[in-house]
Design a protein. Structure first.
Ligand code: ADP
Ligand code: ADP
Ligand code: ZN
Length: 211
């Protein structure tokens, strides 16, 4: 199954993806994680993407479409994948329709008021991409990634003023994708405000998979 996770920044896409990969046996692809890794490694892609990301703006379509195409062509994607953070614009969705058959777009509905609490407590591991929350989903040892032992950090773009700009970009440019996939009969929307366990339950029900 090829699944898209839609939702505002901080809606819980990455957290849900990390749980669904176990249940569905397919990898998840986070364009945000790939871009952050490129920045950390100082690659050409990272240098081009950094200024946009620091300001809470989208990275240009041609850059992300290029990296996405290369990633889905890798062998581990042959049985399907979960897309977390792609597509984010109508041209990205149209390009995706040309290269893949999407089965479902699952939208996590979380109002902007809830996003601020999610973002202010978010901590991430830049090594393995794992995501935590200081209150909602703390790591076992404070400040340390459960999965790989690296220190966990606050993302550069999780500052309140950048979060506001990312939310504005979301409503203007990404939210229209809800209508795009609804028109294709592929949209499933779930309440993303009810804690991680319930979100997983609602997602599994919507997708018809076992939890
Ligand atoms: P979040 O988890 O908060 O939704 P991501 O990690 O998915 O954030 O993305 C972080 C940043 O990376 C975005 O604000 C944007 O600058 C860039 N980015 C990630 N995916 C895309 C995409 N599909 N198109 C354009 N920019 C992207
Ligand atoms: P996204 O990938 O959509 O930007 P994340 O998965 O990174 O969102 O989640 C944003 C923050 O909210 C993280 O700190 C995460 O631990 C926390 N979180 C995720 N899902 C939930 C949920 N259902 N309830 C409460 N907190 C959540
Ligand atoms: Zn880690």
């Amino acid at each position: 199954m090829n699944l898209i996770l839609l939702g505002a920044p901080g809606a819980g896409k990455g957290t849900l993806a990390a749980i669904l990969i176990e249940k569905m046996g397919v990898p998840s692809i986070s364009t945000g994680n790939i871009l952050r890794e490129a920045i950390k490694n100082g690659t050409d892609l990272g240098r081009k993407a950094k200024a946009f990301m620091d300001e809470g703006k989208l990275v240009p379509d041609e850059l992300v479409i290029g990296l996405l195409k290369a990633r889905v062509a890798e062998p581990d994607c042959s049985k399907g994948y979960i897309l977390d953070g792609f597509p984010r614009t109508i041209p990205q969705a149209e390009e995706l329709d040309r290269i893949a058959k999407i089965d479902c777009a699952l939208s996590l509905e979380v109002p902007d008021e809830v996003i601020a609490q999610r973002m202010s407590g978010r901590r991430v591991c830049l090594k393995c991409g794992a995501t935590y929350h200081i209150e909602n989903f703390p790591p076992k040892a404070e400040g340390i990634c459960d999965a790989c032992g690296d220190p966990i950090v606050i993302r550069a773009d999780d500052k309140p003023e950048v979060v506001q700009s990312r939310l504005a970009t979301y409503h203007e440019t990404t939210e229209p994708l809800v209508g795009y996939y609804r028109a294709q009969g592929k949209l499933k929307a779930i309440d993303g405000t009810q804690g991680i366990e319930n979100t997983v339950k609602f997602a599994a029900e919507a997708l018809g998979i076992e939890v």
